[in-house]
Design a binder for this molecule. Structure first.
Ligand code: DGL
Length: 256
C-alpha cells in the first residue's frame, strides 16, 4: 500500500495524478484536518505532525510514502526519511525547475504558504534550479483554508487572488508555480485572472511519475483506496464531487 498525506484536501490533487499513473496500486490517503492549515505553523510543529502521520501510515502497512504537501516537504521530508530509512519517501516541491526552463520573460513566480515561502528548502531549490530566472515568491495566507472550507467561489477570495496575481504579471512573470497542493483546486480562478499572460505550473504529474518509478511491486495491487482524516472524515468524502474528483469516490465504492 502507498501512503499519501497532506494537511487536508490539497493532497487529493496529487492523489488523483497518482491513481492515473498507478491504477492498480492500493492507496491510503490521510488528511490531517485536525491540524490544517500547516502554512501558519512553525517548522517544529509541522515536523511533529509529519513524523506522527508517517508512523501511523507505516504501522498501517504502507511501504512507500508520498508527502502530498509542499509545506510538509519543506519542513520535514528529511526528518521523515531519517525516521524510516527502509521506506521510499516522495516529496512535493514547487516546480521551480520546469518553470525556469520554460520561461520566456526570465521571470517566474511561486505561490506558496507562509511556511514554505520562508523555508530554507525553497531558498535552496531556487539557488539550485532557477538558473538565470528571477523568482518572485508570493505567500498566500488563507488560500488553503478557503479550499479546505470548499469556499472556491467566495468573492473575497477572488479579490485576494487578483490582488496578489496582478502585480506578479505586471512585473513580467510568465510562469506561475503552484507551490501548495491546495492551490491546484484554485486553477480555474487563477486562470480567469491570468488569461494568456502566463502559464500555471503544477508538479502533480511529475510527482506521480517519480512515485511510479519507485513503486516496484506496489504498482500491482487491487486498486483499493482508503481515505482517513484526523477530524471530520465525512467531509473528505463529501468534498470529492465538489473538487471534481467524483472518479475517486467511485473507486472507494468499488474497492471496499
Ligand atoms: N497543501 C499544503 C501545501 O502543499 C499546505 C496547506 C496548509 O495546510 O497550509 O503546502
Amino acid at each position: 500500500m502507498i501512503g499519501v498525506f497532506d494537511s487536508g484536501l490539497g493532497g487529493l490533487s496529487v492523489l488523483a495524478a497518482l491513481i492515473d499513473a498507478l491504477p492498480r496500486a492500493d492507496f491510503s490517503y490521510y488528511a490531517d484536518t485536525a491540524h490544517v492549515p500547516y502554512g501558519s505553523k512553525s517548522e517544529e510543529q509541522i515536523q511533529d505532525r509529519v513524523l506522527a502521520i508517517g508512523e501511523h501510515l507505516v504501522a498501517d502497512g504502507c511501504k512507500l510514502l508520498v508527502v502530498a504537501c509542499n509545506t510538509a516537504t519543506a519542513a520535514a521530508v528529511q526528518a521523515l526519511r531519517a525516521a524510516h530509512p527502509g521506506i521510499p519517501v516522495v516529496g512535493v516541491e514547487p516546480g521551480i525547475k520546469p518553470a525556469a526552463q520554460d520561461t520566456r520573460s526570465g521571470r517566474i513566480a511561486v505561490l506558496a504558504t507562509e511556511a514554505t515561502a520562508r523555508s530554507a528548502r525553497l531558498r535552496h531549490l531556487i539557488r539550485d534550479h532557477a538558473g538565470r530566472a528571477d523568482v518572485l515568491i508570493e505567500p498566500c495566507p488563507g488560500w488553503a483554508t478557503h479550499v479546505e472550507m470548499l469556499q472556491l467561489d467566495d468573492p473575497a477570495l477572488a479579490v485576494d487572488v487578483r490582488a496578489r496575481i496582478e502585480p506578479l504579471l505586471e512585473q513580467g512573470a510568465d510562469r506561475i508555480v503552484l507551490g501548495c497542493t491546495h492551490y491546484s483546486f484554485l486553477a480555474p480562478l487563477l486562470t480567469e485572472v491570468i488569461g494568456t499572460r502566463a502559464q500555471l505550473v503544477d508538479v502533480a504529474d511529475a510527482v506521480a511519475r517519480q512515485t511510479r518509478r519507485l513503486a516496484g511491486d506496489l504498482a500491482h495491487g487491487t486498486g483499493r483506496l482508503q481515505l482517513h482524516a484526523s477530524a471530520h472524515p465525512e467531509r473528505l468524502h463529501a468534498a470529492l464531487p465538489r473538487l471534481n474528483l467524483g472518479r475517486l469516490a467511485a473507486r472507494l465504492g468499488q474497492a471496499q
